[in-house]
Design a protein around this ligand. Structure first.
Ligand code: NAG
Length: 272
């Protein structure tokens, strides 16, 4: 397995979109994306992963970020792709960002949960993590679990465990829907809009040529080092308490309680 390695944006990512609007600096330790009238920008990981714990610190677009969306997600490719999404929907100065999350399996999403944050995500860097193992997916903010998606294959719910995924991130204009349902438009006088990234860490199983970087280590070493506890990690009592605290105080949308949207009955994974 690839151990916990300090990230290097040059080594680990390709700038894929937006030309000079995506920039790596400080010897690979820092990355910025920007958005102007003409284009947004984005990057993607060189590696594909099948399971892992992915950490990134982000500082979101400050000030009037209405209409902008910063994405940070894992995705495989093709029409039946899997995807694990964080999207940060900007807002007018002083109004709260929305953290939008979703899980796609075999090309189907429709599993949105949205949250406000308990801090201003534009003032400082905060850690946004995805823990993805065969049993569950956890979305974490500063190590606080905000969402858990449990493997319910036993109930016929597909779980992303067959397709390797890349890490993607982008900053783009989505003022047709992002802020207050699309009523507030991007103010281009504020451009360029900039989001910053640092402290990337993938404690993950890289997937290449049909092989996982984790398989060999599991067979050669019988002891679990601290760094791969993510492979079997579940929420303990305090994690579950913190998840409940977030869901009670900061969750603003949950597909699992949206009876209007699912008149035939809620999706099976919602009936825990
Ligand atoms: C923006 O602020 C308004 C007013 O506080 C709020 O209703 C909305 O959820 C916020 N976020 C977005 C992305 O619209």
């Amino acid at each position: 397995m690839k151990g916990a390695q300090a990230g290097d944006f040059y080594r680990d990512f390709d700038l894929t979109w937006g030309g000079q609007r995506a920039k790596i600096s400080e010897g690979g330790q820092f990355l910025t994306l920007s958005l102007d009238k003409y284009s947004g920008s984005g990057f993607q990981s060189k590696n594909e992963y099948l399971f892992g714990r992915i950490d990134m610190q982000l500082k979101l677009v400050p000030g009037n970020s209405a209409g902008t969306v910063t994405t940070y997600y894992l995705s495989s490719q093709g029409p039946t792709h899997d995807e694990i999404d964080f999207e940060f929907l900007g807002n007018l100065s002083g109004n709260p960002y929305i953290v939008h999350t979703n899980v796609f399996t075999e090309g189907k999403g429709n599993r949105e949960q949205q949250f406000y944050l308990w801090f201003d995500p534009t003032k400082a860097f905060h850690a946004y993590s995805i823990l993805w193992n065969p049993q569950r997916i956890l979305f974490l903010v500063d190590n606080v679990p905000i969402r858990e998606f449990v493997n319910r294959e036993s109930m016929g719910v597909p779980f992303p465990n067959k397709q390797a995924m890349r890490i993607y991130s982008s900053l783009w204009n989505a003022d047709d829907w992002a802020t207050m349902g699309g009523r507030v438009k991007t103010d281009w006088n504020q451009a360029p809009f900039t989001a910053s990234y640092r402290n990337f860490n993938a404690n993950a199983c890289a997937w290449s040529a049909g092989k996982s970087s984790c398989a060999s280590t599991t067979s050669t070493s019988s002891t679990n080092s601290g760094s791969n506890t993510w492979q079997t990690q579940a929420l303990d009592a305090s994690g579950r308490q913190r998840l409940e605290w977030v869901q009670k105080n900061f969750m603003i949308y949950n597909y699992c309680t949206d009876l209007k949207r699912f008149p035939q009955g809620l999706p099976p994974e919602c009936k825990n």
